[in-house]
Write a protein that binds this ligand. Structure first.
Ligand code: URP
Ligand code: ZN
Ligand code: ZN
Length: 461
């Protein structure tokens, strides 16, 4: 009888609800067994994982690739973004099909979906509804048939992606029937535009003032309004990039009342503060919502530690300094968003696991298992168990490195974490049983990414 294609021996296998010493057997790109250490049959290939954690590959629920907003397009494509992703231990990205110009919802989905085979890891997609018209329901039905059931919506960015409350409610109600969910960027546009006008009238609305233009109240007000729509629709809702403890508290309180509400935060809101806008390169930190005061960041971290957040994404947007500097004088037209798909897991591990604030299992829950569940990808992704894709990360919790742009692989000229010391790194990364990064070195020879269709979310509980 043939043995497994591959055995990973001697590591500590960490899932969202367990962490045990075990050997992992892999065949045909899937996990075939997780067994007592030393009891796996001899594999065709063997990897020694003594002293390492064996994690399910990261699932980044919020990753913009080749994203066009206004005049600007982010600088990466699927080969570049997924190369960066796997170096950072992420083996599934969830990108967005956001309509540009006259594109329909479905056109944008198909445009991004076609790129999946050019990636070095797997991908899934969120659609995006901006306006609800007589074709939208049928387009969402078709998107679901293609495996896209989550839909990004925005309460801000007037004239681009902003949707009104009617569209949000209609989309929520329709997705409920498809086993899908609205993913929503919540910032009250009237509050933002009014605040921007006040800041501009004072004579300076450049990057260094960005944080003053988008107050915490704008986020919290929009979260409250969208929660009411979800309650009325009896539909689940996922709040992307929450940056304030008040928003997280609203989501937690709604959950206590039985509303299926989920909160995501992103690494930069948990680890950077608005002091960056006083630095030499404020434009590099322009994102929406903006970085918050240190006290807000600490309270958000406390929420994460206490279990108030469901997931942690990157909100990866690969603009470079030149793109951002070209609009430095006016944050209203500056491309917003920070590069982060590669640094998401190492920064989170270092800040929260290496410091003892959360366990390795909780880290897996926030960065892999829950994103997989809330995107209809579980248990194919997000867990090391028989039948799951063998997306595996051999994580060294004991090595210390310093973040340097030159050592990263994202298609930009900076990282928001330049010079930060990190404790814990991904050493070896496998996508469906194939090694793509070995001891930190990229060894994949050709792209083999797959688009992973989303199942109805209630099937992934
Ligand atoms: O600043 C951000 N977050 N830009 C990317 C688009 C979005 O709002 O997620
Ligand atoms: Zn957003
Ligand atoms: Zn985003």
């Amino acid at each position: 009888m043939n043995g497994p294609d591959l055995v990973i021996r001697g590591g500590e296998v960490v899932n969202a609800h367990s962490a045990v010493a075990a050997d992992v057997c892999v065949g045909d790109g899937r996990v075939t067994a997780v067994v007592e250490p030393g009891t796996a049959p001899r594999g065709l290939r063997e990897i020694e994982a003594d002293g390492l954690l064996v994690l399910p590959g990261g699932v980044d629920p919020h990753c913009h690739v080749g994203f066009t907003s206004g005049e600007f397009t982010t600088l990466d494509d699927y080969p570049a973004a997924t190369t960066a992703a796997v170096h950072g231990g992420t083996t599934t990205i969830v990108d967005f099909g956001i309509p540009v110009g006259d594109e329909r919802v479905l056109d944008a989905v198909e445009r991004q979906r076609r790129q999946a085979p050019t990636g070095f890891c797997d991908s899934a997609l969120h659609a995006c509804v901006i306006e609800w018209d007589e074709t939208t329901a049928a387009q969402l039905d078709q998107a679901a048939a293609l495996g896209v059931r989550t839909v990004k919506m925005f309460t801000t960015y007037r004239g681009e992606t902003m949707a009104n409350e009617d569209a949000i409610l209609s989309t929520m109600k329709h997705l409920r029937g498809l086993g899908g969910m609205v993913y929503i960027h919540c910032e009250s546009n009237p509050i933002i535009e009014d605040t921007q006008a006040t800041v501009a009238a004072a004579g300076d609305i450049s990057a260094g003032r960005h944080h003053l233009t988008r107050p915490e109240l704008a986020e919290t007000a929009a979260v409250a309004g969208v929660l009411a729509l979800a309650e009325h629709a009896d539909a689940p809702v996922y709040f992307v990039h929450l940056s304030t403890p008040a928003s997280v508290a609203l989501v937690s309180e709604a959950r206590r009342r039985g509303i299926r509400a989920y909160g995501e935060s992103v690494v930069h809101h948990l680890t950077l503060d608005d002091g960056e806008y006083d630095g030499d390169h404020p434009e590099r930190f322009v994102c929406c919502p903006p970085l918050r005061p240190a006290g807000t960041v600490q309270a958000l971290r406390d929420q994460l530690i206490r279990g108030g957040l469901a997931t942690v994404g990157s909100d990866h947007c690969c603009y470079d300094t030149a793109q951002k500097r070209s609009c430095r004088h006016d944050v209203r037209i500056m491309p917003n968003g920070l590069p982060g798909v590669e640094t998401r897991l190492p920064v989170m591990f270092s800040e929260f696991v290496a410091t003892g604030l959360i366990t390795p299992s909780r880290f897996v829950e926030l960065t892999s298992a829950a994103p997989a569940r809330l995107n209809g990808l579980y248990p194919r992704k997000g867990v090391i168990a028989p039948g799951s894709d063998a997306d595996l990360v051999l994580w060294d919790p004991n090595t210390t490195t310093t973040v340097r742009t030159a050592s990263l692989h994202m298609a930009t000229d900076y990282t928001p974490y330049e010079g930060r010391e990190l404790h814990g790194i991904p050493r070896t990364v496998l996508v469906r049983g194939e090694i793509v990064v070995q001891e930190g070195v990229f060894v994949a020879t050709s792209p083999a990414g797959r688009f992973v269709p989303s199942s109805a979310l209630d099937a992934c509980e």
